[in-house]
Design a protein around this ligand. Structure first.
Ligand code: GLU
Length: 533
């Protein structure tokens, strides 16, 4: 059977690394079998779903390179791929379930139902609901109530053969008569997921373990419709290094702790948010990520990285993130760790997906990113850097010309792990130093005759016939050998002049990058400061 998998995110926020891992495994599974990977947006929760979140998920998946064969912006024979555009599909299915007696309109509130169920001894209850008299229904309607539609869950065992966890059994009596259509006419997630997996020909469902117990509900719906569910597999949970479930709430927790310390008045002033907006957040009533991010930015606190965009902004490569996520629950066997997407496709199998939780190790990811920075061809790194700059506001690198950016990437090659590292290291080079590191200045300018040497170097450089690393090196070496000066004596004062610090990439590369005029200006500025004492 040609595999068809789907990634089916609910667009209630941006893409979490756990979601990205699910998408990756679905993608690998489909590609391995020469099949298709479908993207379906599950926006049946109209209150929590947003278009912005859908766009964000699409953007993040594209950045990762997990392209879909069918889905939003691509189309396909079984679309549309947004559930909110498929209401015409779900309505008749719900109606058929009501007509066949597998589902019923429920007028009671959740609380009333619970009480009735208790009084009626459980499962036989559903059949009694169908016996509501016309008068009772009229009375509910008169109160202005609208019904939901519930599935009458039979009182027997539901057995699911999970591809990762093995057999999982749940008894019908442990399930409520689940809602399949809400009062607003929208299907619930449970109904829509079963209908879409069936109509879209999905053969294998892979998703996070938090959905395990939902599978039995889906089994009940599928059986009522005379369908067979696709095979399912539930992926292990991801924990953070502290051993807690890696969730977006961590961001709120971190920002809240810092925010409480600062106090609401200070916070309002620094964030520009009102006390009315901040108070519910500080009181644990909402975990809104935009508020968490505003607080973190105002207080200079680092939030934990949880979402794909966090890693993109921090300057990670999608290749490294994907590789890392692949190993978070799956093992290719042997001790291979660096795997291209092609290699992963070749090696992937569900037998090697573990059933115990995985621990996210940021250090390991960092190491892996460093390996990819070394491994990938320059053109790819250059493209990735541009893609990083698109999402990184206020970086001084954004102002560089294309050539200058490429030059910087070459200059710092082998010295950075992420593009944020690169930015931190390059910053001093990009702007004329306003001050100079005191220790470096003492050591390299003031002790001995550093300042005098720098003045002579300035003259030598001014006479350089051309301004590239190789000819600068040749030109300066002729002079330094004649003058009996070691390269260190020349390079260190120069570094302080160029960047305000004693640490730069190789000195002639650095000079070449900064340019002739700018080098002269920076040396004069430091010499003037020295002369002024
Ligand atoms: N819409 C569900 C979620 O985002 C997906 C569940 C599934 O894959 O069946 O959690």
């Amino acid at each position: 059977m040609v595999p068809r998998t789907r990634f089916a995110p609910s667009p209630t926020g941006s893409l979490h690394v756990g979601g990205a891992r699910t998408a990756l495994y679905c993608w690998l599974y489909a590609k391995k079998g020469g099949g298709q990977f479908v993207l379906r947006i599950e926006d049946t929760d109209q209150v929590r779903s947003t278009d912005a979140a859908t766009r964000g998920i699409v953007r993040d998946l594209r950045w990762l390179g997990l392209t879909w064969d069918e889905g939003p912006e691509v189309g396909g024979p079984f679309g549309p791929y947004l559930q909110s555009e498929r209401l015409d599909t779900y309505g008749p299915v719900v109606a058929s379930l009501v007509a066949s007696g597998h589902a019923y309109e429920a007028w009671e509130t959740r609380e009333e139902l619970a009480a009735l169920r208790e009084a009626g001894g459980g499962v036989g209850f559903v059949y009694r609901r169908r016996a509501l008299s016309d008068e009772q229904i009229a009375a509910f309607k008169a109160e202005g109530r609208t019904p939901v539609v519930r599935l009458a869950v039979p009182d027997r065992q539901f057995v699911v053969q999970d591809a990762i966890l093995g057999e999982v059994v749940v008894h019908g009596s442990e399930m409520e008569d689940l809602v399949i259509q809400k009062a607003d006419g929208f299907p619930t997630y449970h109904l829509a997921v079963v209908v879409d997996d069936q109509l879209m020909g999905i053969t294998q469902v892979l998703r996070g373990q938090e959905h395990l117990k939902n599978t039995h509900k889906h089994e009940a719906i599928a059986e009522a419709l005379g369908w067979t569910l696709p095979r399912v597999g539930h992926l292990p949970l991801i924990f953070n290094p502290q051993g807690q479930k890696m969730s977006k709430r961590e961001k709120a927790r971190t920002a809240r702790a810092a925010g409480k310390k600062a106090g609401v008045a200070v916070l309002a002033e620094k964030t520009g948010l009102s006390v009315g907006a901040l108070t519910p957040f500080l009181n644990n009533e909402t975990d809104a990520i935009p508020i968490a991010e505003a607080i973190a930015a105002a207080l200079g606190v680092d939030l934990p990285m949880i979402e794909v965009m966090d890693f993109r902004r921090a300057g990670y490569l999608p290749e490294a993130l994907l590789n890392y996520l692949a190993l978070l629950g799956w093992s290719p066997g042997g001790d291979r760790e660096l795997l291209s997407l092609d290699a992963m496709v070749e090696l992937f199998s569900l037998d090697r997906v573990g059933n115990t939780s995985a621990r996210f190790d940021p250090e390991k990811l960092r190491w892996m990113n460093g390996e990819y920075v070394k491994l990938l061809p320059f053109e790819r790194i250059a493209a990735a850097a541009r893609s990083w700059l698109e999402v990184c506001e206020g970086s001084p690198l954004a102002a560089l010309s294309s050539d200058a950016l490429d030059g910087l990437l070459r200059l710092f090659a082998g010295r950075y792990v992420t593009f944020s590292d690169l930015e931190r290291q390059a910053r001093p080079l990009l702007t004329r130093p306003k001050e100079w590191d005191k220790a470096a200045r003492d050591k390299h300018l003031r002790k001995g005759d550093g300042a005098a040497t720098l003045a002579r170097v300035a003259e030598v450089l001014a006479a350089a016939p051309s301004w590239d690393a190789a000819s600068l090196e040749a030109h300066v070496t002729v002079w330094s050998e004649a003058a009996g000066l070691g390269l260190g004596k020349i390079a260190q004062p120069l570094r302080v002049a160029l960047t305000g610090t004693a640490v730069t990439p190789p000195i002639f590369d650095t000079l070449a990058y900064v340019g002739r005029d700018e080098t002269a200006l920076r040396i004069s500025a430091l010499l003037a400061a020295e002369a002024a004492g």
